[in-house]
Design a protein around this ligand. Structure first.
Ligand SMILES: Cc1cc2nc3c(=O)[nH]c(=O)nc-3n(C[C@H](O)[C@H](O)[C@H](O)COP(=O)(O)O)c2cc1C
Length: 343
């Protein structure tokens, strides 16, 4: 596939969507994506079968490609100490916290599923999987997409087999796709697109803060070949975000002057952009006391669960980009039509 079948990709969004959004996006002129990183192999097969029954349009399966770190008892003890005021506040015993669903990277099982169902597009966040796994994907004929957050990452992706490269600007909601660079090095979309356009030969997909006519057209003016849009879909009917997450986005859109997001690693161990809440503010957004991705999420989930029982957003990861102002309570089909009308 030399060209993608639409100029606009509905971004894969873990925790915010399932196949319903993918199908609606595909059937209404976009490239629909499915975030697969928390799905078991059985769930993944079911979701793909649901999509393939509902649409014959090309869709994008998205996986994480991070390395799984080794965790020491010392690191766990350090995290427990760091979180101890919150454990105390919510009467949580850290020794009894279940591990929950751990975000595992793309592996052999997922590659076999790609070989079986042959999606037209496969995308990765946090780099690319090992060469043998990547070759297995490419041998199916799927085009491969991955996110760069710096020019250096874009060059790496081009040299290591990505067919299309996402310029993920600092504005983007959710996890940074960074895999070579640090949070301090992250680049805004204008500068990232400009530098990538000068160096990168593969088609570029712009992402981050794109949601309306002006931002879509700005991305194309700056040299993007396609755009990928996430945050704009967060209030759509098919969005799977929690009622608390939905409420906080609505509240922040209504109160524009006080809307503020930040990058934080506190929820998962990797930097991600979300609406600022108590947990982020009290701990200065970034900490080296928490476990590395993906292990930090288990303890946070335990605290979040208790806080949400009290209807508090204080410990929830409220992923959201810097431009939520075109989020609307409409169907994905209606949002797709709106976005396409801006082209
Ligand atoms: C709630 C949420 C979840 C996300 N989850 C993923 C994911 O699972 N995989 C991925 O590649 N990108 C993920 N992203 C990042 C998007 O792919 C994309 O880079 C981003 O949404 C673009 O910026 P925008 O949010 O300003 O439109 C997520 C973004 C959001 C808002």
């Amino acid at each position: 596939m030399k060209n993608l079948p639409s100029k606009i990709i509905q971004a894969p969004m873990l925790g915010a969507q399932d196949s319903k959004m993918t199908i609606a996006a595909c059937e209404n002129g976009l490239i629909g994506s499915l975030a697969c990183s928390s799905l078991s192999p059985e769930e993944l097969c079911r979701e793909i079968e649901t999509i393939q029954r509902a649409t014959s349009k090309p869709f994008n399966l998205n996986f994480f490609a991070h390395q799984m770190p080794e965790i020491t008892a010392k690191q766990t003890a350090e995290q427990n100490k760091f979180l101890s005021p919150y454990f105390k506040e919510f009467s949580i015993n850290p020794d009894n916290i279940p591990e929950g669903v751990i975000r595992r990277p793309f592996g052999k099982k997922q590659a076999e599923i790609v070989e079986k169902y042959r999606p037209q597009i496969v995308s990765f966040h946090f780099g690319l999987p090992d060469k043998n796994l990547l070759d297995a994907v490419k041998n199916t004929g799927a085009v491969v997409i991955s996110s760069a957050t710096t020019l250096q990452e874009a060059v790496f992706l081009e040299e290591h087999g990505a067919d299309f490269i996402i310029a993920q600007g600092l504005e983007a909601g959710g996890h940074r796709g960074n895999f070579l660079s640090k949070v301090e090095e992250q680049v805004g979309l204008f500068a990232l697109l400009n530098s990538m356009r000068k160096v990168i030969k593969k088609p570029i997909i712009a992402a981050g803060g794109i949601a309306d006519k002006a931002s879509i057209q700005a991305a194309f003016t700056l040299g993007a070949d396609y755009v990928q849009i996430g945050t704009a879909f967060l209030l759509c009917t098919e969005s799977k975000i929690s009622p608390i997450h939905r409420r906080e986005i609505q509240k922040n859109i209504a109160d524009k002057a006080n809307f503020s997001t930040a990058l934080t690693n506190l929820f998962s161990g990797k930097p991600a952009r979300g609406i600022i809440n108590r947990f982020m503010r009290e701990n200065n957004f970034i900490s080296d006391k928490i476990l590395p991705f993906p292990y930090a999420a288990s303890a946070n989930n335990a605290i979040k669960k208790e806080a949400e029982k009290l209807n508090k957003e204080d410990f929830s990861s409220l992923w959201c980009g810097q431009n939520p102002f075109n989020c609307q309570e409409i169907s994905t089909a209606e949002m797709a039509k709106l976005l396409l009308s801006y082209l």
